[in-house]
Write a protein of this length. Structure first.
Length: 116
């Protein structure tokens, strides 16, 4: 099993409209079909929210002004991962069980909190 250790899947979907389930957009390489066909079975998927001060540098309108907005944006990203049928690994026991039972074509994610 191959592990990809840092993917901004939900951020790319919510901020740029690049979905994860279809083939990758021109100029990009990450999608669920591309990862599974390459033998990737586990990804570290980020939760990233951009503060308002980063709006110009990040070239995005998806920014937060306060902690409540950041929380809502992160929850939306968790829900995006779930909607992509990514099994979210929550602890070491789940990780061990997933690795032991992994079959090619399956993919799961460990969540990373970026910029925390």
């Amino acid at each position: 099993m191959i592990v990809d250790a840092h993917l901004d899947i939900a951020w790319n979907a919510t901020s740029d409209g690049r979905g994860f389930l279809a083939p990758p957009a021109p100029g990009y390489v990450i999608s669920r079909p591309a990862l599974t066909s390459a033998g990737v079975g586990l990804v570290c998927a980020t939760l990233y929210t951009a503060p308002a001060r980063a709006r110009r540098a990040m070239r995005t309108r998806f920014v937060y002004e306060n902690a409540h907005e950041a929380h809502i944006m992160a929850l939306a990203q968790v829900n995006y991962y779930k909607s992509c049928d990514l099994h979210l690994i929550r602890d070491s026991r789940e990780l061990q069980n997933y690795v032991r039972g992994w079959k090619r074509g399956q993919i799961a994610a460990v969540l990373l909190m970026e910029g925390a």
